[in-house]
Design a binder for this molecule. Structure first.
Ligand code: A2P
Length: 320
C-alpha cells in the first residue's frame, strides 16, 4: 500500500467520505500508541479512531504533530474520530469535551464526534460504580451534539456508538441531525444481524469496532473469532490471514473497520485487504456462524441501582 489516497471510502449521509479502514486505539498502551499512529499513517492509514476514555489522545496528537512537521501528511488528508465520554453528557459539557479532545489531539477539528454510550455518568466520575451514574437524558445530549455541528463548530459530523435499533429509533424521533455513523461491535461472530439492515434503511453508516473480535468480558473471553474454521478455510483459499478475511467481510458489507494494533507487521497486514474479493458464495457462508456478542458491557453498565439498565437485555434491547 503506502498511499492513503488508494483506500476506498464510504459516503456518509453528510456527503463526506469516511475511509474504509481506520486505526483503532482502544487498549493501545501509552508509550506504544504514538508509534502505532506514525507507522499506520506511513503504511497508508488515513483514519484514526480515538476517544477521551482511551486516555491516549495527547500521545496521538503529539504523533500527528510529528507527521505534519515531517510533511508525511496534512490534516486535510486525515479522518479523525473521537467520542464524548459518559461523564460529559450534560449539554453544558458537550462543547467543552469536544474542545478538549481537539486540543489533546492537536488537530484543529474532528471529522466525526460520537456519543460513546447510551449511558450517563456524573460529571468527573472516574469509574462505573452505581454511585457514578447520572440520569440519562439522551435527547438533551444529542441536541447539544447537534449544536456542535450546526454552528460550524469543532466537528464536521456527529454520530452515536453502542446504540441498539430501539435506542437509535428513539433518537431519530427527535433528532434534527441524523447520526452519520453508529459505531458498534461487528465481526463474523457478532454480525449485528438486526442493526445492520436497520441502519442501512436509515442511511446511517456502520463502523465496526473490534472487527477481529477482541475485547471480551470474562463471560466471552474464550471466544476466539480468528480461530473460527470458516475464517481459516477462507484464509487458505484466498491466500490471506484469518484477520484479513474478517476485515474484508465487513468492508464488502459497506462497513468501515477499525482494527487495533500496535504491531508494525499486523498494521501492514490489516490494511492489505483491497486487492481481493470474497465471492458471493463465500460471503453467504458467514450466515451460518453461531452468533455471540463479545463486548456485552454488563460489567460496566448494568446495575440494580442508578443505572437505567437492570439487565444486559435492557442495555441492548434484547439483541444479545
Ligand atoms: P496487537 O496490537 O499486538 O497487534 P480488535 O481490533 O478486534 O479489537 O483486535 C485487536 C487485537 O487483535 C489486539 O490484541 C491486536 O494485538 C490483535 N491483532 C491486530 N491485528 C491482528 C492480526 N492481523 N492478526 C492477529 N491479531 C491481531
Amino acid at each position: 500500500m503506502g498511499k492513503g489516497a488508494d483506500i476506498p471510502r464510504f459516503k456518509l449521509n453528510t456527503g463526506q467520505y469516511i475511509p474504509a479502514i481506520g486505526l483503532g486505539t482502544w487498549q493501545s498502551k501509552p508509550g506504544l500508541v504514538g508509534e502505532a499512529v506514525k507507522t499506520a499513517i506511513k503504511v497508508g492509514y488515513r483514519h484514526i479512531d480515538c476517544a477521551k476514555a482511551y486516555g491516549n489522545e495527547k500521545e496521538i496528537g503529539d504523533a500527528l504533530q510529528d507527521l505534519f512537521r515531517e510533511g508525511i501528511v496534512t490534516r486535510g488528508d486525515l479522518w479523525i474520530t473521537s467520542k464524548l465520554w459518559n461523564s460529559d453528557q450534560h449539554p453544558d459539557d458537550v462543547p467543552k469535551a469536544l474542545a478538549g479532545s481537539v486540543e489533546r489531539l492537536q488537530c484543529g477539528y474532528l471529522d466525526l464526534y460520537l456519543m460513546h454510550w447510551p449511558v450517563a455518568l456524573k460529571k468527573g466520575a472516574q469509574g462505573t460504580a452505581p454511585e457514578d451514574f447520572a440520569p440519562l437524558d439522551t435527547k438533551a445530549t444529542w441536541q447539544a451534539m447537534e449544536k456542535c455541528v450546526e454552528s460550524g463548530g469543532k466537528t464536521k459530523a456527529i454520530g452515536i456508538s453502542n446504540f441498539s435499533v430501539e435506542k437509535t429509533e428513539k433518537l431519530l424521533s427527535y433528532a434534527k441531525v441524523v447520526p452519520a455513523v453508529n459505531q458498534v461491535e461487528c465481526h463474523p461472530v457478532w454480525q449485528q444481524k438486526k442493526l445492520q439492515p436497520y441502519l442501512r434503511s436509515k442511511g446511517i453508516h456502520l463502523s465496526a469496532y473490534s472487527p477481529i473480535g477482541s475485547g471480551g468480558s470474562s463471560f466471552t473471553e474464550h471466544i476466539k473469532v480468528l480461530d473460527h474454521p470458516l475464517l481459516e478455510t477462507l484464509a487458505k483459499k484466498y491466500n490471506k490471514t484469518p484477520a484479513e478475511i474478517a476485515l474484508r467481510w465487513n468492508v464488502q458489507l459497506g462497513h468501515s473497520v477499525l482494527p487495533k494494533s500496535t504491531n508494525a507487521n499486523r498494521l501492514e497486514q490489516n490494511i492489505d485487504i483491497f486487492d481481493f474479493e470474497i465471492s458471493e458464495e463465500d460471503m453467504e457462508k458467514f450466515n451460518s456462524i453461531e452468533q455471540v456478542r463479545i463486548l456485552r458491557g454488563d460489567d460496566m453498565w448494568v446495575h440494580d441501582t442508578n443505572s437505567p439498565y437492570k439487565t444486559v437485555e435492557e442495555l441492548w434491547d434484547g439483541d444479545i
